[in-house]
Design a binder for this molecule. Structure first.
Ligand code: FMN
Length: 428
């Protein structure tokens, strides 16, 4: 199907609906009641029928493949094309890259194709509730935003725009240690506390100061990322960078100290002893030490085996995020959705299990919840939205994913998250 044949959510929708109703009203063949019936079918969001996608939506004819505004997007992939167009090659390469041959990046997506959804019929699903409770806080949606570093590379409003979109659409987000915006500013824009993702520096004084600052700002959870210890080969980034004619050193001054000193979370900290952010040499003792410092919840991000999941429980961790860093850590060929069941089994309901990696559709989200995840995190899609259109782009990415998720919830006959379970899916 060509893009111009596809349906859209654009302003043209209103226009075509109005034209049809004008035409019907003028028709001597139809009684006024019939016109009202058709109007009810086309409009409003209160009826069950209106939950369906409007078949009369007109797709705007696009100039090439690119959407011109968020309302034209049919799915989150539409934002990726625009992000690629507007970003400098090196920045797009940074966002897109996996490691080595990007096979694990691909495996994350392929993993969803091995799981089918079991639709249930004749259940009244006109009203559904997508809230989830995590650490005593009610989230409007099980779809949260994964930490993504350096968002100033994608849009000048960076994490601030993302936080405002999260506020508007009622999603939780996790801020990266190496974000372009401070946690104080992000919490201000979000209007409520966000989670803080911690890269473990190799200077304990700096690490401790980061934790204290995040908790003082109100972060209820510290998310320690544990999957970057081994180093990595981001080939796609390196390849894209070849096509970038700008002088990278105009912004990226060489040297670790200069790189982190551009990040607001390191303001006023002495980073002269820090040589890396990724926890080289970090062991479970480090988790123990951190547990002793973190006053709120401690979450480990990057767990992909049941052995490590069990160990995390032994060390008093409060939640896990099953993650391979979006295929940017190790080239394992293992999807995160593929390892979710073994981790859910190992945890056995003791703590929440979140997951990220390749979530692009509402159907992906429901598969993870059916396999026992408490919530999912989305990475690149919201950064595509940010790069493409700033805050409105992020908002539309969240709107689309949430809308798709609600649609598939209805199709599996779930009126609330607790009703999504193992019977909602099967193996292909
Ligand atoms: C450009 C980029 C930067 C990232 N920065 C961080 C980071 O600072 N800390 C972290 O824990 N994960 C980081 N991640 C990984 C994400 O948190 C998440 O695990 C991943 O993006 C999920 O996969 P997805 O992009 O396929 O949705 C980053 C991912 C990308 C694409």
């Amino acid at each position: 199907m060509s893009r111009s044949d596809q349906q859209s959510n654009g302003g043209e929708t209103q226009l075509s609906r109005r034209k049809l109703l004008e035409f019907l009203s003028a028709s001597p063949m139809l009684a006024p009641g019939a016109v009202a019936f058709v109007a009810g079918f086309l409009g409003g969001s209160s009826s069950a029928l209106a939950q369906s996608y409007d078949v009369l939506r007109q797709a705007p004819v696009l100039d090439g493949d690119l959407i011109a505004n968020p309302a034209q997007a049919l799915n989150v992939f539409d934002f990726e094309l625009v992000a690629k167009k507007v970003l400098p090659p090196a920045h797009y390469g940074y966002l897109a890259s996996g490691v080595d041959g990007d096979e694990t990046l691909k495996a994350n997506r392929d993993g969803f194709e091995k799981i089918a959804i079991r639709a249930r019929r004749l259940i009244d699903v006109r009203k559904i509730d997508t809230t989830v409770k995590i650490f005593g806080e009610t989230w409007g949606s099980p779809i949260a935003l994964a930490p993504i570093s350096s968002q100033g590379a994608f849009h000048p409003e960076a994490e601030g725009a993302v936080a405002r979109a999260c506020k508007a659409k009622n999603h939780q987000m996790i801020l990266s240690t190496v974000g372009s915006t401070s946690i104080e500013d992000v919490i201000k824009e979000r209007g409520s506390p966000v989670w803080y993702m911690l890269y473990p520096t190799d200077d304990w004084a700096v690490t401790e100061a980061l934790v204290k600052r995040a908790e003082k700002a109100g972060a209820p959870a510290i998310v320690l990322t544990v999957d970057r210890q081994g180093g990595r080969n981001t080939e796609t980034l390196f390849r894209e960078r070849r096509g970038d004619t700008r002088t990278c050193t105009d912004c990226h001054t060489p040297g670790f100290k200069n790189e982190v000193s551009r990040k607001p979370m390191f303001d006023d900290l002495d980073v002269s002893k820090v040589t890396n952010l990724y926890g080289t040499g970090m062991t479970w003792d480090y988790v123990k030490r951190l547990r002793g410092v973190v006053k709120g919840k401690l979450v480990l991000k990057g767990i992909v085996t049941q052995e490590d999941a069990k160990k995390a429980l032994d060390y008093g961790v409060d939640a896990l995020i099953v993650s391979n860093h979006g295929g940017r850590a190790e080239e394992s060929l293992q999807s995160t959705i593929g390892v979710l069941p073994e981790i859910v089994g190992a945890v056995n309901g003791k703590v929440p299990v979140l997951i990220d990696g390749g979530f692009r559709r509402g159907t992906d989200v429901i598969k993870a919840l059916a396999l026992g995840a408490t919530a999912v995190c989305v990475g690149r899609p919201y950064a595509w939205g940010l790069a493409a259109f700033g805050q409105p782009g992020v908002e539309m990415v969240l709107t689309i994913m949430q809308r798709e998720f609600e649609t598939i919830m209805r199709q599996v006959g779930a009126t609330k998250i607790a009703e999504i379970n193992g019977t909602s899916v099967s193996r292909v």
